[in-house]
Design a protein around this ligand. Structure first.
Ligand SMILES: [Zn+2]
Length: 267
């Protein structure tokens, strides 16, 4: 890797870290319905405002050795971990799709899914706001792709996805989850249905099918493991968004390969 490429990767990582820092704020404040911008962040224990160093993603945590500078309360390891995860996600998607609109497109989806998964884990809800933002941004990304069917737009504006296929993914994702919702009678929330429609919009028909299969598989493996360990009874509600989100990441990165592998099995 030459110097310029390495430099770009570092920049992308730093942007990812900042988005991770913002993600912590979103996950902490959105379920409480408090504003995302005011008041400035403060220590949950002593309520002192966070200083400049504390606001630096990842590094702030390391410099302060994981404790609040005022009251020495332990800062949850979750904050730097979420920042690091977001940073790595940005690098992963950038390395895969390069300096293209596709990187922006998939990062939009996966960043929102990470937020939704974390909120679902903690509060057992899929926030409507996040789904709405995801759908809105998705539609905006598809406007040039739709216009490109008639006009010849410059390639950098156009997401490499088929608009009809996206609409199909949106409908299939929502419809199948609606059927499961009705059949399971409360085993699955309406939030999961909206979430799957959102994922379908970004990954299309085939992607939506793979994400659902993979999501149920991952959820079943983890659910059965916890049941065997006795940490879970059949009646506990499980957050499903983390599995769908992880499945969506796998689809974005390896969906094509998985599909080809499956077709080869059939032959
Ligand atoms: Zn404090």
């Amino acid at each position: 890797m030459d110097f310029y490429s390495a430099f770009l990767v570092i920049i992308v990582f730093l942007i990812g870290l900042s988005f991770g820092s913002f993600l912590n704020v979103v996950v902490y404040r959105l379920p409480k319905k408090s504003s995302l911008v005011t008041p400035p962040s403060s220590c949950p224990a002593c309520e002192n405002r966070l200083g400049f160093i504390e606001l630096i993603p990842l590094l702030g945590y390391l410099i302060l050795k994981g404790r609040c500078k005022h009251c020495a309360m332990k800062i949850s390891l979750r904050y730097p971990l979420v920042e690091l995860t977001t940073g790595l996600l940005f690098v992963l998607i950038y390395t895969y799709f390069g300096l293209t609109i596709d990187t922006l497109f998939y990062l939009t989806l996966l960043f929102l899914l990470l937020a939704i998964a974390l909120i679902d884990l903690e509060h057992r809800i899929v926030p409507n706001t996040m789904v709405a933002v995801g759908l809105g941004l998705g539609f905006i990304f598809y406007i040039p792709a739709l216009a490109d069917l008639w006009l010849n737009l410059p390639a950098w504006m156009v997401v490499k996805r088929n608009v009809i296929d996206a609409a199909g993914g949106f409908l299939l994702g929502g419809a199948i989850m609606l059927i499961i919702l009705l059949v399971s009678r409360g085993g699955m929330g309406a939030g999961d249905m909206k979430l799957m429609a959102l994922i379908g919009l970004y990954v299309g028909l085939r992607g939506a099918a793979l994400v659902m299969l993979l999501g149920f598989f991952l959820g079943a493996v983890v659910g059965v493991t916890f049941m065997v360990l006795g940490k879970l009874t059949r009646k506990d509600a499980l957050p499903f968004a983390p599995y769908l989100s992880l499945a969506a990441l796998i689809e974005v990165l390896w969906g094509e390969q998985i599909w080809n592998w499956y077709l080869n099995l059939l032959n």
